[in-house]
Design a protein around this ligand. Structure first.
Ligand code: DC
Length: 220
Protein backbone atom coordinates (compact mmCIF):
# COMPACT_ATOMS: atom_id res chain seq x y z
CA UNK A 1 0.00 0.00 0.00
CA UNK A 2 1.40 3.39 -1.01
CA UNK A 3 1.50 6.13 1.60
CA UNK A 4 -0.27 9.26 0.31
CA UNK A 5 1.09 11.31 3.17
CA UNK A 6 4.74 11.09 2.12
CA UNK A 7 6.41 13.01 -0.70
CA UNK A 8 10.05 12.17 -1.30
CA UNK A 9 12.40 14.58 -3.09
CA UNK A 10 15.76 13.15 -4.05
CA UNK A 11 18.47 14.53 -6.29
CA UNK A 12 22.00 15.93 -6.40
CA UNK A 13 23.21 18.87 -4.27
CA UNK A 14 21.83 22.32 -5.02
CA UNK A 15 19.19 21.06 -7.44
CA UNK A 16 16.62 23.09 -5.51
CA UNK A 17 15.36 20.29 -3.25
CA UNK A 18 15.60 22.32 -0.05
CA UNK A 19 13.52 25.24 -1.24
CA UNK A 20 10.98 22.98 -2.94
CA UNK A 21 10.66 20.84 0.19
CA UNK A 22 10.15 23.90 2.39
CA UNK A 23 7.49 25.38 0.11
CA UNK A 24 5.67 22.05 -0.21
CA UNK A 25 5.71 21.59 3.57
CA UNK A 26 4.19 25.06 3.95
CA UNK A 27 1.52 24.58 1.27
CA UNK A 28 0.42 21.14 2.45
CA UNK A 29 1.12 21.72 6.13
CA UNK A 30 3.36 18.64 6.24
CA UNK A 31 6.42 18.07 8.45
CA UNK A 32 9.80 18.59 6.80
CA UNK A 33 12.66 16.13 6.87
CA UNK A 34 15.92 17.65 5.60
CA UNK A 35 17.94 14.41 5.72
CA UNK A 36 21.10 16.16 4.45
CA UNK A 37 21.02 18.30 7.58
CA UNK A 38 20.89 15.11 9.67
CA UNK A 39 23.97 13.75 7.87
CA UNK A 40 25.69 17.08 8.48
CA UNK A 41 24.71 17.02 12.18
CA UNK A 42 25.95 13.44 12.51
CA UNK A 43 29.29 14.42 10.90
CA UNK A 44 29.57 17.35 13.28
CA UNK A 45 29.15 14.89 16.18
CA UNK A 46 31.51 12.36 14.62
CA UNK A 47 34.28 14.95 14.41
CA UNK A 48 34.06 15.40 18.16
CA UNK A 49 33.65 11.71 18.90
CA UNK A 50 35.80 9.72 16.43
CA UNK A 51 33.67 6.58 16.60
CA UNK A 52 30.09 5.78 15.66
CA UNK A 53 28.68 4.87 19.05
CA UNK A 54 29.99 8.07 20.66
CA UNK A 55 28.83 10.07 17.63
CA UNK A 56 25.35 8.58 18.01
CA UNK A 57 25.38 9.42 21.70
CA UNK A 58 26.18 13.07 20.89
CA UNK A 59 23.67 13.08 18.02
CA UNK A 60 20.89 11.89 20.30
CA UNK A 61 21.60 14.84 22.60
CA UNK A 62 20.90 17.34 19.81
CA UNK A 63 17.42 18.80 19.54
CA UNK A 64 16.04 18.49 16.02
CA UNK A 65 13.01 20.57 15.18
CA UNK A 66 11.19 19.82 11.94
CA UNK A 67 7.68 20.87 12.77
CA UNK A 68 8.00 24.60 12.22
CA UNK A 69 8.43 24.55 8.43
CA UNK A 70 12.24 24.53 8.26
CA UNK A 71 14.35 21.95 10.00
CA UNK A 72 16.68 23.31 12.68
CA UNK A 73 19.31 21.67 14.88
CA UNK A 74 20.09 22.82 18.40
CA UNK A 75 23.08 21.90 20.55
CA UNK A 76 21.96 22.68 24.09
CA UNK A 77 20.36 26.11 23.55
CA UNK A 78 22.43 27.05 20.46
CA UNK A 79 20.93 26.87 17.01
CA UNK A 80 23.78 25.29 14.98
CA UNK A 81 21.85 24.98 11.69
CA UNK A 82 23.85 27.66 9.85
CA UNK A 83 27.12 26.24 11.12
CA UNK A 84 26.13 22.87 9.66
CA UNK A 85 25.59 24.49 6.24
CA UNK A 86 29.34 25.15 5.85
CA UNK A 87 31.09 23.51 2.91
CA UNK A 88 33.62 21.71 5.12
CA UNK A 89 30.77 19.97 6.95
CA UNK A 90 29.15 19.07 3.61
CA UNK A 91 32.38 17.41 2.48
CA UNK A 92 32.73 15.48 5.73
CA UNK A 93 29.06 14.45 5.55
CA UNK A 94 29.46 13.20 1.99
CA UNK A 95 32.37 10.97 3.05
CA UNK A 96 30.76 9.70 6.24
CA UNK A 97 27.41 9.06 4.54
CA UNK A 98 28.95 6.27 2.46
CA UNK A 99 29.43 4.16 5.62
CA UNK A 100 26.91 1.52 6.67
CA UNK A 101 27.19 2.50 10.37
CA UNK A 102 26.26 6.11 9.62
CA UNK A 103 23.24 5.19 7.50
CA UNK A 104 22.02 2.56 9.99
CA UNK A 105 22.31 5.06 12.82
CA UNK A 106 20.11 7.60 11.04
CA UNK A 107 17.42 5.50 9.38
CA UNK A 108 15.06 4.92 12.30
CA UNK A 109 15.09 8.59 13.27
CA UNK A 110 14.13 9.50 9.70
CA UNK A 111 11.32 6.94 9.60
CA UNK A 112 10.01 8.08 12.97
CA UNK A 113 9.04 11.41 11.39
CA UNK A 114 6.42 9.78 9.15
CA UNK A 115 3.00 10.27 10.70
CA UNK A 116 -0.55 11.27 9.92
CA UNK A 117 0.67 14.90 9.72
CA UNK A 118 2.28 14.14 6.38
CA UNK A 119 5.97 14.33 5.51
CA UNK A 120 8.14 15.96 2.87
CA UNK A 121 11.42 14.02 2.83
CA UNK A 122 14.38 15.67 1.12
CA UNK A 123 17.61 13.74 0.43
CA UNK A 124 19.35 11.19 -1.77
CA UNK A 125 17.73 7.88 -0.82
CA UNK A 126 14.31 8.94 0.47
CA UNK A 127 12.35 7.25 -2.32
CA UNK A 128 14.63 4.24 -2.75
CA UNK A 129 15.54 3.20 0.81
CA UNK A 130 13.99 5.23 3.61
CA UNK A 131 10.38 5.60 2.36
CA UNK A 132 9.95 3.09 -0.50
CA UNK A 133 6.17 3.16 0.10
CA UNK A 134 5.81 6.92 -0.56
CA UNK A 135 3.08 7.62 -3.12
CA UNK A 136 4.81 10.65 -4.62
CA UNK A 137 8.50 10.47 -5.47
CA UNK A 138 10.32 13.30 -7.20
CA UNK A 139 13.86 13.14 -8.57
CA UNK A 140 14.96 16.75 -8.95
CA UNK A 141 17.89 17.52 -11.22
CA UNK A 142 19.54 20.65 -12.70
CA UNK A 143 22.67 21.38 -14.76
CA UNK A 144 25.84 21.54 -12.67
CA UNK A 145 26.55 25.19 -13.63
CA UNK A 146 23.07 26.24 -12.54
CA UNK A 147 23.49 24.37 -9.29
CA UNK A 148 26.92 25.91 -8.63
CA UNK A 149 25.48 29.38 -9.22
CA UNK A 150 22.68 28.73 -6.73
CA UNK A 151 25.09 27.35 -4.13
CA UNK A 152 27.40 30.35 -4.74
CA UNK A 153 24.61 32.82 -3.87
CA UNK A 154 23.55 30.73 -0.88
CA UNK A 155 27.10 30.60 0.53
CA UNK A 156 27.68 34.30 -0.10
CA UNK A 157 24.52 35.09 1.86
CA UNK A 158 25.96 32.88 4.55
CA UNK A 159 29.22 34.94 4.53
CA UNK A 160 31.36 32.10 3.17
CA UNK A 161 33.96 33.11 0.60
CA UNK A 162 33.97 30.69 -2.36
CA UNK A 163 34.83 30.82 -6.04
CA UNK A 164 32.73 29.39 -8.84
CA UNK A 165 35.38 27.12 -10.33
CA UNK A 166 36.07 25.40 -6.99
CA UNK A 167 32.39 25.14 -6.35
CA UNK A 168 31.61 23.42 -9.66
CA UNK A 169 34.45 20.98 -9.01
CA UNK A 170 33.29 20.31 -5.43
CA UNK A 171 29.70 19.71 -6.53
CA UNK A 172 30.85 17.37 -9.31
CA UNK A 173 33.05 15.36 -6.99
CA UNK A 174 30.40 15.13 -4.30
CA UNK A 175 27.73 14.03 -6.78
CA UNK A 176 30.04 11.39 -8.19
CA UNK A 177 30.73 10.08 -4.70
CA UNK A 178 27.01 10.09 -3.80
CA UNK A 179 26.15 8.24 -7.03
CA UNK A 180 28.97 5.70 -6.88
CA UNK A 181 28.71 4.62 -3.26
CA UNK A 182 27.64 1.07 -2.60
CA UNK A 183 25.02 1.73 0.08
CA UNK A 184 22.04 3.97 -0.70
CA UNK A 185 23.53 5.60 -3.79
CA UNK A 186 21.96 8.66 -5.37
CA UNK A 187 19.71 6.99 -7.97
CA UNK A 188 16.11 7.67 -8.94
CA UNK A 189 13.52 5.24 -7.55
CA UNK A 190 11.87 3.26 -10.36
CA UNK A 191 8.51 4.87 -9.55
CA UNK A 192 9.89 8.43 -9.27
CA UNK A 193 9.21 11.29 -11.66
CA UNK A 194 12.17 13.33 -12.84
CA UNK A 195 11.84 17.12 -12.77
CA UNK A 196 14.57 19.30 -14.30
CA UNK A 197 14.70 22.66 -12.51
CA UNK A 198 17.45 24.25 -14.68
CA UNK A 199 15.10 26.49 -16.63
CA UNK A 200 12.27 26.78 -14.13
CA UNK A 201 11.65 29.32 -11.39
CA UNK A 202 11.14 27.93 -7.87
CA UNK A 203 7.46 28.79 -8.22
CA UNK A 204 7.18 26.80 -11.45
CA UNK A 205 8.90 23.81 -9.86
CA UNK A 206 6.53 23.98 -6.90
CA UNK A 207 3.44 24.07 -9.14
CA UNK A 208 4.68 21.21 -11.25
CA UNK A 209 5.30 19.04 -8.20
CA UNK A 210 1.94 19.94 -6.65
CA UNK A 211 0.28 18.79 -9.88
CA UNK A 212 2.23 15.50 -9.81
CA UNK A 213 1.25 15.01 -6.15
CA UNK A 214 -2.47 15.58 -6.88
CA UNK A 215 -2.35 13.12 -9.79
CA UNK A 216 -0.50 10.52 -7.75
CA UNK A 217 -2.89 10.55 -4.80
CA UNK A 218 -5.87 10.40 -7.17
CA UNK A 219 -4.47 7.24 -8.78
CA UNK A 220 -4.31 5.31 -5.49
O1 DC B 1 21.78 17.72 0.96
P1 DC B 1 23.04 18.10 1.68
O2 DC B 1 24.04 18.78 0.77
O3 DC B 1 22.77 18.89 2.92
O4 DC B 1 23.70 16.70 2.14
C1 DC B 1 24.98 16.64 2.71
C2 DC B 1 25.60 15.27 2.40
O5 DC B 1 24.87 14.24 3.10
C3 DC B 1 25.58 14.87 0.93
O6 DC B 1 26.81 15.07 0.29
C4 DC B 1 25.28 13.41 0.91
C5 DC B 1 24.74 13.10 2.27
N1 DC B 1 23.34 12.68 2.24
C6 DC B 1 23.09 11.34 2.04
O7 DC B 1 24.03 10.56 1.85
N2 DC B 1 21.83 10.87 2.08
C7 DC B 1 20.79 11.69 2.25
N3 DC B 1 19.55 11.20 2.29
C8 DC B 1 21.02 13.08 2.42
C9 DC B 1 22.32 13.54 2.39
Amino acid sequence: MKNKKIITIDGPSASGKGLLAKELAKQLNFILLDSGLLYRAYSYCFEKAHNHSEAMELFSQLKIDGVTGAMAVYEKENNITQLLRHENIAKAASKLSSLKETRNNLISFQRSLASSHGLIADGRDMGTVVFPDAATKIFLIADVEVRAQRRFLELQNNDQGVNMRDLIEDIRLRDEADRAREISPLVPALDSIEVNSSLLTPHEVLNKVLEIYKERIKEI
